[in-house]
Design a protein around this ligand. Structure first.
Ligand code: HEM
Length: 411
């Protein structure tokens, strides 16, 4: 029997619950060349350097591995979809990111995220009030999913009932490996879901232009800012990027957080008695159990000498953020969850020009959800450890997290 390749081990579902021993092996060769000529980078210093290196491109159309996987040509969002700033390089990346940020954060719109704090608290209060106690709840379905999806819909201006429509398409569009389907059927299903999502967002942009609200899509659709108006195809792709990136990742941060707290009862107790601990605790979670395990499809634009290896111009790179986060050369005792460790710098939000756009929103949601989880749920206990995981090796988190509780404290 041949040994599974490194990439096969990353995709292997049996590693999903605990990929960290495999990452320990991977870090022994900081820059690993795979059989297809692409490279995996797994150590903190090297990942951080490449995230900031202008010789590393995010342009998906330049990437040989993306082309082989059928992910180029139509943009990262599916057929007919323009690529978003996530998969562009400066200066286009910077321009479209600035045009979007104008309506999301400081200096132009400082209140968009901060102004939602009270609403987020209300959503979490309602979700917890609805739980049955004593009894069994599912942290994913009852808290970790509905909070970020409601928040991003309200922020963008997506009507509440529409979540039912896009949830299925998003699931299919994100499915990286469905063992039940052959690759062609998979690609066709992804393409179909991409078309549905695009039509859905086009309709929304039109509706917001006709009747603007106080939301991000309306603001972007009407803006003739200093850099002009964002073309419609770009607006549709960016709306979808924000909708999807805006909840799929945060769901995992909240459920990974609840799971980690239940595995560390002393930390759960500390958070219960000192809710201020939540701020460093969420940063430590982004290091210890990050929702995004790697960024794929980066391309070397030139030969790059790094950690004794030359990555040749044109090669594809995958940066394994989750392995870098547990690099003992970066943090002491990397496999321990220590919320107030002196150095909790992490790669959970990536780095460099593509550093996560939504980080302030994700942090606030996770802080509010985990504080309420710790202070309101009485005697929470895991039903199974490990819980079942979602298939994706890249957006990693439990598909369900059933727990038993004895009661619910008042908000
Ligand atoms: C815990 C939650 C989140 C995590 C772990 C996360 C992680 C990341 C990472 C690792 C990147 C870098 C990707 C790369 O370098 O190619 C990124 C970029 C991005 N994220 Fe997030 N994200 C989260 C939440 C959000 C939210 C709530 C939003 C939207 C409101 C968002 C929007 C984006 C966008 C638009 C980019 C592209 C930035 C650019 O290319 O300049 N993310 N995120």
């Amino acid at each position: 029997m041949t040994q599974p390749s490194t990439w096969e081990q990353i995709l292997d579902y049996s590693n999903r619950a605990n990929p960290y021993p495999f990452y320990d092996e991977l870090r022994k060769t900081p820059v690993t060349r795979l059989a297809d000529g692409s490279y995996l980078v797994s150590t903190y210093a090297e990942i951080a350097a490449l995230l900031h290196d202008p010789r590393v491109s995010s342009d998906i159309d330049r990437n040989p591995a993306a082309a082989a996987a059928g992910a180029t040509g139509d943009g990262e969002g599916g057929p007919g979809m323009s690529p978003t700033f996530l998969s562009m390089d400066p200066p286009d990346h910077d321009r479209f990111r600035r045009m979007t940020m104008r309506h999301f954060g400081p200096p132009t719109t400082p209140a968009r995220v901060a102004g939602m704090e009270a609403r987020m608290t209300d959503i979490v209060t309602d979700l917890i009030d609805k739980m049955t106690a004593p009894g069994r709840i599912d942290v994913v379905d009852d808290l970790a999913y509905p909070l970020p999806v409601t928040v991003i819909c309200e922020l963008l201006g997506v009507p509440p009932g529409d979540e039912q429509r896009f949830r299925v398409w998003v699931d299919v569009a994100l499915q990286s490996t469905d063992p039940g389907l052959d690759p062609e059927t998979q690609q066709e299903k992804r393409a179909e879901a991409g078309r549905e999502l695009r039509a859905f967002m086009e309709e929304l942009v039109d509706a917001h232009r006709r009747a603007p609200g106080n939301d991000l899509l309306s603001a972007m659709a009407a803006d003739d800012g200093p850099e002009g108006r964002m073309p419609d195809d770009q607006l549709v792709s960016t709306g979808l990027l924000l909708l999807i990136a805006g909840h799929e990742t945060t769901v995992n941060l909240i459920s990974n957080g609840a799971l980690t707290l239940l595995r560390h009862p002393a930390e759960l107790q500390r958070l219960r008695s000192n809710p201020d601990l939540v701020i460093p605790l969420v940063e430590e979670l982004l290091r210890y159990e990050p929702p995004v395990h790697f960024v794929p499809f980066r391309t070397a634009l030139d030969d790059i000498d790094i950690a004794g290896t030359t990555i040749p111009a044109g090669a594809s790179l995958t940066l394994v953020l989750a392995a870098g986060n547990r690099d003992p050369a970066h943090v002491a005792d990397p496999d321990l969850f220590i919320p107030d460790r002196p150095n909790n710098q992490h790669l959970g939000f990536g780095g460099g020009v593509h550093l996560c756009f939504g980080a302030p929103l994700a942090r606030l949601e996770a802080q509010i959800a985990l504080t309420a989880f710790a202070t309101r749920l009485e005697n929470p206990r895991l039903v199974s450890d490990p819980p079942p995981y979602r298939p994706s090796p890249f957006l990693r988190g439990p598909s369900h997290l059933p727990i038993d509780i004895d009661g619910i404290a008042g908000a």
